[in-house]
Design a protein around this ligand. Structure first.
Ligand code: UD1
Ligand code: UDP
Length: 373
């Protein structure tokens, strides 16, 4: 059976590379890897970490790319690849524009689709934007739903998806974490922050660009000015719009270090050693709980309520004062900190990839035996 695995951004790569490594263990599964190149440097970092080479790269990224551009380039680019490869199954991840266009192109060609990380929802089309639309659209045309949690499965069932096509596997990001975290790790930025409490920050959401992101950065500056023993380290997303706002608000604030995106090995080990995390990232909300790190989620809602229920994530919105107060509480009140800083992993046992591959192999057997009739 031939599978085409498609992805194009950093988070998809972190979660699909372990799956590719698992697929490659099975000789009967022919696997072609197709990158859309929606991201460039940030995607290459992950491919290098997992030592995976792609068969195709559409290399579509341009500076300040628009959603329509990404979608149309991926749609037409993949259509040619699907035509040439004629896969039996396309595996897609998550909720990016790459995911949406990859699913649509496969649907138009009537190729079976497996959606990894299916069933996440906020049911608010504007937040996260455009991801809520993308994931609902991918799930509309998928044939196999790899849901990370029971909650995701419940949501799919409520939407009328067939129980037989939904598989609760855990999240492949836990599989990734199992391979990246090491006991001895050091890094120049951590060394330079020694003796201080490190807050690790990421922020990039499209719907936050503008006032909400200004507020987020103002809160960071306020924290940095208030606490002498705190160092904020922010591996900043490559998006020029994010960088512009960071420069405007954070500038050269001494206790905030803006650094280039870390490769995923460094980022995971960094996270494991920080005091807490402030983020608007989806993947980070899944990773930090299993590392026992409190996370302030700088968004108004989340499609990952499991971590909030487990107590490690707290939704703090994008208001400057609310963010500052939540960080202040974590930095000054040990009880508040300890309540959040316990390891809780709602995302499976780190064997999600094996479970997904098992489903794929069963499907391969089915199509094999029907073609032998
Ligand atoms: C995309 C996804 C988002 C995901 C995020 C992960 C969509 C609509 N958005 O958002 O769901 O959370 O990736 O990071 O699919 N850039 C570079 N080099 C890179 C990557 C990006 O220079 O390696 C710059 C480019 O100027 C690019 C811009 O960042 O135009 C924005 O990238 P884009 O993929 O459009 O949006 P993200 O905010 O990264
Ligand atoms: N990440 C990384 N380097 C960084 C910041 C994040 O490797 O400097 C990883 C992180 O561990 C997680 C993924 O990137 O696995 C999350 O990606 P991002 O925040 O860009 O996207 P989202 O998850 O919000 O879609």
């Amino acid at each position: 059976m031939k599978i085409v695995v498609v992805f194009g951004t950093r988070p998809e790569a972190v979660k699909m590379c372990p799956l590719i490594l698992e697929i490659k263990k099975h000789k009967e599964l022919e696997c072609k890897i197709c990158l859309t190149g929606q991201h460039k440097e940030m995607l290459e970092q992950v491919m290098d970490t997992f030592r995976i080479r792609a068969d195709y790269n559409l290399s579509i990224m341009t500076k300040n790319q628009s959603l329509s551009n990404i979608t149309s380039l991926v749609l037409s680019g993949l259509d040619e690849i699907y035509e040439k490869e004629k896969p039996d199954l396309v595996l897609i991840h998550g909720d990016t524009s790459t995911s949406f266009a990859a699913a649509l192109a496969a649907f138009y060609r009537q190729i079976k689709i497996g959606h990894v990380e299916a069933g996440l929802r906020t049911y608010c089309m504007q937040s996260p934007f455009p991801e809520e639309f993308n994931r609902q659209a991918v799930d509309l045309v998928s044939d196999f739903y790899f849901a990370p949690t029971e909650k995701a499965k419940e949501q799919l069932l409520k939407e009328g998806k067939n129980d037989c096509n939904i598989f609760v596997t855990g999240n492949t990001v836990i599989d990734a974490l199992r391979t990246t975290i090491v006991p001895d790790y050091s890094n120049e930025y951590l060394k330079s922050a020694e003796g201080n409490r490190v807050i690790l920050v990421t922020a990039h959401r499209r719907e936050s660009i503008g006032e909400p992101m200004r507020n987020i950065f103002k809160a960071l500056v306020k924290i940095a000015k208030k606490f002498d023993d705190v160092r904020i380290i922010y591996p900043i997303h490559k998006n020029p719009k994010v960088r512009e706002i960071a420069e405007e608000i954070i500038g050269d604030e001494g206790h905030i270090k803006l650094i280039e995106p870390l490769d995923v090995f460094d980022f995971h080990n960094f996270m494991a050693r920080c005091y807490f995390v402030m983020t608007d990232s989806g993947g980070v909300q899944e990773e930090a709980p299993s590392l026992g790190k409190p996370v302030l989620v700088m968004r108004n809602n989340t499609e990952r309520p499991e971590g909030v229920e487990a107590g490690t994530l707290k939704l703090v919105g994008t208001d400057e004062e609310t963010i500052y107060e939540a960080a202040y509480a974590l930095l000054t009140n040990e009880i508040v900190y300890k309540e959040m800083a316990h390891a809780a992993n709602p995302y499976g046992d780190g064997h999600a990839c094996e479970k997904i591959v098992e489903v794929v192999r069963n499907y391969a057997e089915r199509i094999n035996s029907s073609s032998n009739i």
